[in-house]
Design a protein around this ligand. Structure first.
Ligand SMILES: Nc1ncnc2c1ncn2[C@@H]1O[C@H](COP(=O)(O)OP(=O)(O)OP(=O)(O)O)[C@@H](O)[C@H]1O
Ligand SMILES: [Mg+2]
Length: 255
């Protein structure tokens, strides 16, 4: 079997006396869509925060493409191929959409701030690379028509797609998305599902946190269910839907 792109082993995170994540283990393969679901406060966002390096785990290991990353700062994890979006919209309203997405490229390219004193040819090549990468991501995320508009003028749904686009511009091997459908209307949810399938088609693994069960069930190859910080089930959408512990803890209420 090939090494999974992400291996999470006995991960735990406590905040004082609150055990937000406990003994959590799972793997994600390249090109797989993994759902992470569970009731409010069950530790989903904390898991993403620990995986992406917002704060260190209390214990456990995080292996990205065969290498431990739990000690690395956030930016280095992005450089190694792990990108994420946030549960609440976090965008820079004064940027244009294109500039915003370009920020994601710069996150990994470390473009020299003194680029203007570099030989002009190499600076121009770098810039042309970034431009074409940004264009590709804008098209994939259906943001091309609004590329030159200020971010502040986008709808809240478009801002959610922009967060994904900016994360994608860093060319991740795995993308973690925390409640991307929050506040989206039905047709936007359909577009989101198409986008996530398009991302998977590029060989990028996706971990998606969502409360919208129809979306989760339609999209995911596999689902991990958390309750009080611990994994209570893992399986295909059909297995999860029929799991009594999951129905008890979550689906009964979500349905
Ligand atoms: N930075 C923090 N400091 C202290 N406690 C925190 C912090 N972040 C999360 N918690 C606590 O950890 C637990 C898990 O929260 P988390 O945000 O991970 O849940 P969640 O599954 O994402 O919930 P939701 O579905 O509501 O987004 C909660 O009890 C929460 O109050
Ligand atoms: Mg959350």
């Amino acid at each position: 079997m090939t090494e999974p792109i992400l291996r999470v082993d006995s991960l735990a995170k406590s905040f004082g006396g609150v055990r937000a994540v406990r003994d959590l283990s799972f793997t994600v393969s390249a090109g797989e869509i993994l759902g992470l679901i569970g009731p409010n406060g069950s530790g989903k966002s904390t898991t993403v925060n620990v995986l992406s390096g917002v704060f260190p785990p209390t214990s456990g290991s995080i292996i990205l493409a065969g290498e431990p990353i739990e000690g690395l700062p956030e930016a280095q994890r992005v450089g190694r191929g792990l990108s994420r979006t946030f549960q609440t919209a976090r965008v820079f309203p004064e940027f244009t959409v294109r500039q915003h997405v370009a920020m994601g490229c710069h996150a990994i390219r470390q473009v020299n701030p003194f680029a203007s004193i570099l030989p002009f040819g190499s600076w121009r090549r770098e810039q042309a690379d970034i431009d074409s990468q940004v264009d590709e991501v804008l098209r994939l995320c259906a943001l091309h028509p609004v590329a030159d508009r200020p971010v502040a003028s986008l709808s809240s749904g478009q801002q959610r797609f922009l967060m994904i686009a900016t994360a994608l511009a860093a060319q991740p091997r795995i993308l973690l998305v925390d409640e991307p459908a929050a506040g989206l209307v039905e047709h936007e949810r359909q577009e989101l599902a198409e986008l996530i399938r398009g991302i998977r088609q590029r060989g990028i693994a996706v971990v998606i946190i969502e409360h919208h069960m129809a979306l989760i069930m339609a999209l995911c190859d596999r689902i991990v269910v958390l309750n009080f910080g611990a994994k209570i089930a893992e399986g295909s959408p059909a297995e999860i839907r029929a799991n009594p512990a999951v129905i008890d803890a979550y689906l009964g209420e979500a349905a």
